[in-house]
Design a protein around this ligand. Structure first.
Ligand SMILES: Cc1ncc(COP(=O)(O)O)c(C=O)c1O
Length: 389
């Protein structure tokens, strides 16, 4: 019997999944036994630090942790998060009301529009962006307003270009610095302008700081360092990339108590928290950040310098990313991002991600992730060089 099931309108309204074509080609190439260099995935290739693994092994033995976790997260972890934020950003956070443990930052980012946005209100979303901001805003019934990120403005939105009638209906702005996919960072003066605009127009800011600890020369700020930002901003952090823990699913939100409570309310109605043994291992990671962070950063710096340096030697004009493990590569003349990715895969066995998958304004770029060892990165560039693009 044919199914009677009809997919909900909200799923049918989602934009098409633009990585499908390249995913298909990549799978076929791997199945055919080709020696693929995969720079397509934003997932660290190195294992989680031993200290963190030992910690979960220890805590998994605790029967108390086999039961449901507390909704807001274990108090011990929330205290460690507040202490980390004090050390790293000089923030004063109340672990009881201004910190919320998440099942990875994506979970919080995806739930937050349900807490902040009513149907018909506007979500201000950068383009390009991590696709969850768009889909989560749509799931909440919001309308989208796209803020283009241009190289000429260091990939920051032109706040003065947002029309007054859009600002009047805006209730939420997503930002993501350090930025996926462009590798750009924001400074405190920019965040000050954002906070001022949010106050003046009564919207809240969801700043995605998933890559804040994956930086090169200068440590990026938190938006909450802006005086008064807690009233209008919530910031999403992740242990995924900082500590090679993508599979563990742990992150946190920090911000003003009403924003945190509203997100907590959505979560209390949809999930039951992170396995407490993982929360305690997360605590170990944050407590040991001063020791665990630097070698991971040094590794990506070595890779970034080798990869970007080699591309530059080929004559490619590649901006040097200030943070994240992504390199945002302008396409040579005559290529769309999808065409260039297809050529690199078909003729050089190198997988990259087309900019168009992150937004309409990004079709002139492809993204390469520094998630393979340096010799493989250099081999990728050598293969690309042979194409004489
Ligand atoms: C910009 C950005 N935000 C959030 C996430 C989600 O990270 P997680 O849910 O693992 O914390 C990712 C993952 O790739 C990302 O690129």
């Amino acid at each position: 019997m044919a199914t009677q099931f009809v997919k909900a309108e909200r799923l049918r309204r989602l934009p098409p999944y633009l990585f499908a074509e390249i995913d298909k080609k990549k799978k076929a190439a791997i199945a055919a036994g080709r020696d693929i260099i995969n720079l397509g995935v934003g997932d660290p290739d190195r294992p989680t630090p031993t200290e963190v693994i030992r910690s979960v092994q220890h805590h998994v033995e605790n029967p108390a942790f086999h039961q449901y976790a507390l909704d807001q997260g274990a108090p011990e972890l929330r205290r460690s998060i507040a202490a980390f934020c004090k050390r790293r950003y000089e923030l004063e956070l109340d672990p009881e009301t201004e910190v919320l443990v998440l099942i990875g930052s994506k979970e919080g980012l995806a739930h937050f529009p349900l807490a902040a946005l009513n149907p018909g209100e506007i979500s201000l979303v950068p383009d390009p962006c991590y696709p969850a901001y768009r889909s989560a805003s749509m799931f909440a019934g919001g309308d989208l307003y796209t803020m283009p990120l241009e190289a000429s403005l260091d990939f920051r939105p032109d706040l003065s270009a947002i029309p007054a009638d859009v600002l009047a209906l805006a209730r939420l702005m997503f930002l993501n610095y350090p930025n996926n996919p462009t590798g750009a960072t924001a400074d405190l003066p920019f965040f000050e302008k954002v906070v001022e605009l949010a106050r003046a127009n009564k919207f809240v800011v969801a700043q995605d700081a998933a890559y804040n600890e994956m930086y090169y020369e200068n440590a990026p700020p938190s938006i909450l360092q802006v005086p008064g930002a807690k009233d209008v901003a919530i910031e999403f952090h992740s242990l995924s990339k900082t500590f090679n823990m993508t599979g563990w699913r742990i992150g946190f939100a920090i911000g003003g108590a009403p924003l945190i409570a509203a997100l907590g309310q959505v979560k209390a109605n949809s999930d039951s928290g992170v396995f407490t043994a993982i929360q305690f291992a997360g605590r170990t990671a944050l407590d040991e950040y001063h020791k665990l962070g630097p070698p991971i950063r040094a590794l990506y710096k070595e890779r970034r310098d080798a990869f970007v340096g080699a591309l530059k030697q080929l004559g490619w004009k590649v901006p040097v990313p200030k943070a994240t493990f992504y390199v945002w590569i302008p396409c040579p003349a005559g290529f769309t991002s999808a065409e260039l990715c297809a050529k690199l895969l078909d003729e050089a066995d190198v997988v990259t991600t087309p900019g168009i998958g992150f937004g309409r304004t990004a079709d002139g770029y492809i993204r390469a992730a520094l998630t393979v060892e340096t010799p493989r990165l250099l081999e990728a560039v050598e293969r690309i060089g042979k194409l004489k693009l």
